[in-house]
Design a protein around this ligand. Structure first.
Ligand code: SAM
Length: 290
C-alpha cells in the first residue's frame, strides 16, 4: 500500500476521527483543500465539511437517484431561518455534482416571519415561541440565488408545492421546524407520492434536528418531532419513517441518531433492483474458497 493510501486510511479510521485528532484533522483538510483538491467522498468520510449530516444525506440521495436513472434530484429544508442551511445545501450541491454527476435542486420552506404560534404543549411552548428565528428574506435571496424559497406556513404551502415547482425527484429532507405541529404538516408532502411519483425517490434520506436536544427540551415521543413521526407512522401504512440502522455503529458520526429513512412503499420504483456491482462483489466474497 502506498504511503498516500496509508495516510488516507489512518485519517478515515474511527479512532482518528473520535480522538482529539478529529477536529484538527477536519480543519487541516478544509484549510488545505484549495491546494490538494480532496475528493468529495474523502471530505465526507472524514467529515471535513461544515454540515456532515446534510452532506451525507444529499450525497447518498444523489447516488440513489443515479442508480434509479435520474440526473437531477431535489433536497428540501423545512425551516430556513437565517438561511445558513439552505446556503450550505446550494454550495454542497456542487460537490455532489462533482462526485456523482447528479444535479441537486434545493428548496427551503419557511414562514419568513419566524415561528408561528404553537398549537399546544406538544410544540414545547416552554422552549419555542412565536416569532423566533425571523428570516431576512431579501438577504437570503441575494446571497443564495439558487435556493428556492417557499414562503408561508407549511400548512398552507405544502399542497401546491409539487404543482407549482415541479421539483425533480425529492431524495433528501432536512426537518428543522422545531414544532410537533409543523413537522406533522411537512409530512403531508407524502400525501402526493403515489399520484405524483415522478417527484420522489422511493426512499428518502431525512434528518431531524429537534429530537435529541438538552435537559431543557426533554424531547420524547409525546412531544415535538418524535411525536410527529410516531403519529405519522401509525396513521397509515403506505409510507413509514424510521431511524436508520446502518450508521448506528459509526460512532464518529455524532449526528447518526438523527438520520431517518422514509420508505414510500407504493412508489412505482420502490422494488426496482439496485444491487448491481455491490451485490456481485458480495456474491464473489461468499463463494466457497478452494
Ligand atoms: C430553528 S429554525 C431553522 C434553522 C435552519 N434550519 C438552520 O439550520 O439555520 C426554525 C424555522 O422553522 C420555521 N417554521 C416553524 N414552523 C413553521 C411552519 N409551520 N411553517 C413554516 N415555517 C415554519 C420558523 O419560521 C423558523 O425559521
Amino acid at each position: 500500500m502506498s504511503l498516500k493510501n496509508r495516510v488516507a486510511r489512518a485519517l478515515l479510521s474511527t479512532e482518528a476521527q473520535t480522538s482529539w485528532l478529529g477536529p484538527l484533522l477536519r480543519s487541516t483538510i478544509q484549510a488545505t483543500n484549495g491546494l490538494y483538491r480532496y475528493s468529495p467522498e474523502f471530505k465526507l468520510a472524514t467529515q471535513a465539511v461544515d454540515r456532515p449530516h446534510y452532506s451525507w444525506c444529499m450525497m447518498r440521495a444523489a447516488e440513489l437517484g443515479k442508480m434509479l436513472g435520474h440526473q437531477r434530484i431535489s433536497a428540501i429544508e423545512f425551516g430556513v431561518a437565517g438561511g445558513n442551511g439552505l446556503a450550505y445545501m446550494c454550495d454542497y450541491a456542487d460537490e455532489v455534482k462533482r462526485a456523482t454527476g447528479v444535479d441537486v435542486v434545493c428548496y427551503g420552506f419557511d414562514t419568513g416571519e419566524g415561528m408561528p404560534p404553537p398549537e399546544g404543549s406538544a410544540d414545547l411552548p416552554y422552549w419555542f415561541a412565536e416569532k423566533q428565528y425571523v428570516m431576512d428574506v431579501d438577504a437570503i435571496k441575494a446571497q443564495v440565488p439558487n435556493g428556492k424559497i417557499i414562503l408561508g406556513n407549511i400548512r398552507d404551502s405544502i399542497d401546491g408545492f409539487l404543482e407549482e415547482y415541479s421539483p425533480p425527484p425529492i431524495g433528501a429532507i432536512f426537518n428543522d421546524t422545531d414544532y410537533w405541529s409543523s413537522t406533522r404538516e411537512s409530512f403531508r408532502l407524502f400525501d402526493h407520492c403515489e399520484n405524483r411519483p415522478e417527484h420522489f425517490l422511493p426512499r428518502q434520506f431525512m434528518y431531524f434536528d429537534d429530537i435529541i436536544g438538552t435537559e431543557i427540551e426533554m424531547y420524547g415521543t409525546y412531544n415535538g418531532q418524535l411525536r410527529a413521526i410516531e403519529e405519522f407512522n401509525s396513521s397509515q401504512n403506505n409510507v413509514k419513517i424510521q431511524r436508520n440502522q446502518n450508521l448506528l455503529n459509526k460512532t464518529q458520526y455524532k449526528w447518526r441518531f438523527q438520520i431517518y429513512y422514509a420508505h414510500l412503499f407504493l412508489h412505482s420504483d420502490y422494488d426496482k433492483y439496485i444491487g448491481g456491482a455491490r451485490q456481485e462483489a458480495m456474491q464473489d466474497l461468499l463463494k466457497l474458497k478452494a
